[in-house]
Structure formats: structure tokens, C-alpha cells
Design a protein around this ligand. Structure first.
Ligand code: 6PG
Length: 236
């Protein structure tokens, strides 16, 4: 299925558009299983959800997970959980049981197994795999997504729900969802802003240049929908 492109004029407009999609999804089901992206791009979206949209979603409906997490403690500056707590969870009425944190402070291999078991046991199954209602993804300037990096493309096919990844530059360990689970979601939505991503976005969507070398090029839901939420700077 061709990706659905949502191009907005600037990052704020992208955040508002993405938030509206989340409101629409929350209106369709009693319980939503949503995996969040990390990094910096989602911060603005989380700020908007925690302000303009705070009353438009019954947060008790949403079970929050992560597509990936850095193997650092939850209070560490690089923790995706910490960023999400600061920009979203601290401002909304969300039960603690709805937040399924990847325990970055634990042994990476053991946590990948544990978190995989949480996802497998908590989510409904489709095609023999856990099925997220929505997985939010970012895009790295090297074409990575979640923590599937170009030097570890095998994670795109790994059968385990979660795997340990290694950042190519820093060597930092990550726990990441693997390709089959990501592609088994009902909705997969990239959230990408800024001109630094423009070339990669174009190569991935148009399948030109070195697109085959980018993990994000292999995000293609088997039954669900693929969305790209971008500003004009990223969409070119
Ligand atoms: C992470 C992410 C990662 C991120 C991209 C884009 O844990 O870092 O999940 O895949 O989405 O690297 O990061 P920015 O939003 O900071 O550009």
C-alpha cells in the first residue's frame, strides 16, 4: 500500500495534524496500544497533546509503549521515557499502569526479552504477532528508525519482538522493536520535520539513491496503513 503523505507548513502544524489522527483513533476504540518514538522530534507533539489536546483524549484509553529506548536510567538526559514524562505524562491524567516503560537501566539482553514478553502478552495478536494500533516512528539522518540502524539491518527480519541494538557512533546499547512487529501494526506513522531529513525522505519514498541501505525504507505494514507526517522542510 502506498504511504499516505501529510505535509504541513511547519513543525507546529505537523504536531497538530498528528494529534488529530490520535484523537480520531481514540474515538474508534475503547483501548489503544500506542508505541512512541524517541529522540527530539516528538517533543513538540507531546507538548501540544498536553496542552491544546489535553481535553480531547481520555488518556485512560491509551496504553503507551516505546518503539525503542536507550539503555540508560529513566532519569538520564538521553532517556526517551524521561523526555516523554517531561513533555506529556507529567501534564495528563494517565494511570501509571498505562505506561509500559522499557527499563533502560537493566541488562539490555534481559530487558529485550522482558519487554518482548510484555508486548506479546498485553497486545492483541494478528498474523501471529503482537499488533499495535499505532506505532510512531522517527527518522534518523542515516535512515535509521526506532533503533534499527543501517549496520544492523538484520533487526528488520528478526523474529523476536524486541532486540538489543547498538548505536553506530556512540556504541550506546538500545532496546528496539524489530521489523516484523513494526510492520504488523494497524497504523505506522513517521513524524519527520526539518530540512536535515529531506534527502533521506525523498530517497525512501521515491526509492531512489541509496534507499536500499536505509532501515526506514523497509517499514511497509503487511496489513496496516503507513503515514508520513512531515513539514515542508522535510518533504522538500
Ligand atoms: C531514538 C529514536 C530514533 C529517532 C531518530 C530521529 O530513540 O533516538 O527513536 O529513531 O526517532 O533518531 O531523532 P530526532 O527526532 O532527534 O531527529
Amino acid at each position: 500500500m502506498n504511504p499516505q503523505l501529510h505535509i504541513s507548513k511547519d513543525p507546529v502544524a505537523v504536531a497538530l495534524e498528528f494529534a488529530e489522527m490520535l484523537v480520531a483513533l481514540a474515538g474508534q476504540k475503547e483501548k489503544l496500544h500506542v508505541a512512541l518514538a524517541g529522540g527530539s522530534t516528538p517533543q513538540l507533539l507531546f507538548d501540544k497533546l498536553a496542552s491544546d489536546f489535553i481535553g480531547r483524549i481520555d488518556w485512560r484509553q491509551i496504553q503507551f509503549y516505546w518503539g525503542d529506548e536507550r539503555c540508560v536510567p529513566p532519569g538520564h538526559a538521553e532517556s526517551n521515557y524521561r523526555m516523554t514524562k517531561k513533555h506529556l505524562f507529567d501534564h495528563i491524567n494517565i494511570p501509571a499502569d498505562n505506561i509500559h516503560r522499557i527499563r533502560g537501566e537493566k541488562d539490555p539482553l534481559q530487558e529485550a526479552v522482558r519487554y518482548g514478553e510484555v508486548v506479546n502478552s498485553t497486545l492483541p495478536s494478528k498474523n501471529g504477532l503482537p499488533c499495535f494500533d499505532l506505532i510512531m516512528l522517527g527518522l534518523g539522518t542515516d535512515g535509521h528508525t526506532a533503533s534499527i540502524f543501517p549496520h544492523e539491518m538484520t533487526l528488520l527480519e528478526q523474529k523476536e519482538t524486541c532486540a538489543v541494538a547498538t548505536h553506530p557512533d556512540s556504541g550506546q546499547k538500545r532496546v528496539s522493536l524489530t521489523g516484523p512487529v513494526i510492520n504488523n501494526a494497524d497504523q505506522v506513522a513517521f513524524l519527520v520535520t526539518g530540512s536535515s531529513k529531506q534527502v533521506k525522505v525523498m530517497e525512501i519514498i521515491r526509492k531512489t539513491g541509496n534507499w536500499k541501505g536505509y532501515p526506514a525504507s523497509y517499514i511497509s505494514p503487511t496489513h496496516g496503513e503507513l503515514h508520513w507526517f512531515m513539514d515542508r522542510a522535510a518533504a522538500g
